[in-house]
Structure formats: C-alpha cells, structure tokens
Ligand binder design. Structure first.
Ligand code: 8X3
Length: 252
C-alpha cells in the first residue's frame, strides 16, 4: 500500500489547527499534531481515523522544539506538508499603551517560532524535492487597523517570509502558500486576545456571520490539492459581512 502523505500542524489542539487536522485526515493525510496541551491533542487524535504523532511543547522553547522534531518517529519523518498555524493576537490597545510582554509573545510565536519550524522542516523537503509550506497569515498583515500594531506587523512578516521562501525554493518543487483570514469566529482567537474576557470576545462576532475554522480548513485543503505545477501564493478570505475600511482622516 502506498504510504500516506504526512502533514505537521502547529497549534493543532483547537480552532483553525483542529479544523485543518480534521479536514486533512479526510483528505488522507497522517498527522503530526503539535500544541502545548497534550490532553487536547489526545482528544482530537482519538476522533481522527488516521495515524497521528503528538508533540506537546511550547513553540517558544526552542531547544524543546528542536528535540521534538529530531525525535519524530521514522514513519512520520518525511513531512509532506507543514502547516505553520500557531499564532496569536494579544491586546487591542493603541501602541503607546500596549503591554510590552504581549508584543514580545506575539513576535516570539508568530515570527520566531514560525521561522524556526520552517528552518527545521525545510531541509528534508529540499532533500526529497517535494513539500508544501502553508503559513497562517492574516488580513492584518496587509491592512492597518487601530490596535493592530504589533500583531499586524507579525503577520506582515509571515506574508513576506512566504514570498521570500518562494524565491529561495524556485526549482525545488516545494510550494508555499500564505492563508490570510479576516474575521473568523469559533476559535479561541478573541478570547486569547482579550485575556479570557468572554463578553468582550463575543462582541467581536456579534451579528457578523463570521467565517468559521472549517472555512479556513477548506482553503488550506484546496491549496494543497492543486496540481503539482500550481502554487497558490496567497488566499485572502473574509466573511461577506467584512470589507476594507476607508483611510482615516482626523480633522480639527
Ligand atoms: C485575524 C483577523 O482582523 O482580527 O487575524 O486581525 S483580525
């Protein structure tokens, strides 16, 4: 029997990550699921009808990440797809009032950890001359909004990193796609952003008919299943209820 392709998904325990895991299991992938919370990963893996290897670690602990990647069992080691999904937004304060620790954590997770995962997984893909890197960007990487400050900047890093990877990987057959979602409910995104304030988080989605994590998983699955000569550079996706705003002008 042909070996099933392997996808490694970061931030796999909830939200986009869990939806992508579920969708890729349907698409015939075996899975490496990485997140901080082992119980959540176990609960997810139990529901999926595929082989999975679980990695419980904090992506900001670089030595632990390196060790976990080096210890991936042989049957999962030839990774076909890396879904760099883990990331977070913290706070919506204007830059001069923002919490420095929040900025640090977003940069460490959204930029540094994403770059480290890419750097660790890429050599094997290049050796095998195949693979697909999927980055979880955001519309916040392209469009400014009040309070988006460091979060949007981390996603701009992701967008340009994906473009530059394509430049480096030309001729290798490896594909790179940046997914750029707008408003998506049904995940812990706003709960994390507002530090557990359930009411504030719910307000973000009220009456908006926001996208759901399954919509993002659908975009990922579509990009992955394009013919091998097709690279989807980016997918910007919003709910119908969301649109770009006008540029702001302050008048006296
Ligand atoms: C999530 C989209 O608009 O909340 O990355 O920044 S937004």
């Amino acid at each position: 029997m042909a070996k099933r392709p392997v996808a490694l998904i970061t931030g796999a325990s909830t939200g986009f990550g869990a939806a992508i895991a579920t969708r890729l299991a349907d698409e015939g992938y075996d899975l490496i699921l990485l997140a901080r919370r082992l119980e959540k990963l176990q609960a997810l893996a139990e529901q999926l009808p595929v082989s999975s290897h679980l990695i419980a670690c904090d992506l900001r602990e670089q030595e632990a990440v390196r060790a976990a990647i080096a210890a991936i069992p042989a049957e999962f080691a030839d990774i076909d797809v890396l879904i760099n999904n883990a990331g977070l937004a913290l706070g919506l304060e204007p830059a001069h009032r923002a919490d420095w620790q929040d900025w640090q954590q977003m940069i460490d997770t959204n930029c540094t950890a994403l770059a480290l995962m890419t750097r660790l997984i890429l050599p094997g893909m290049v050796e095998r001359q195949k693979g697909h890197l999927v980055m979880m960007g955001s519309i916040a990487g392209a469009y400014a909004y009040p309070g988006g400050n460091a979060y949007g900047a981390t996603k701009a890093f992701v967008e340009q990193f994906a473009r530059n990877l394509r430049a480096d990987l030309l001729g290798t057959g490896i594909r790179v796609t940046n997914i750029e979602p707008g408003l998506v409910g049904g995940s812990e995104f706003s709960l994390v952003r507002f530090k557990g304030d359930v009411e504030k988080a719910a307000t973000v989605y009220k009456g908006a008919n926001a996208l759901q994590p399954e919509d993002i998983a659908e975009s990922v699955a579509w990009a992955l299943k394009q013919p091998k000569h097709v690279n989807i550079n980016s997918i910007e996706i919003m709910p119908v209820s969301q649109a770009h705003g006008p540029l702001a002008i302050h008048r006296k």
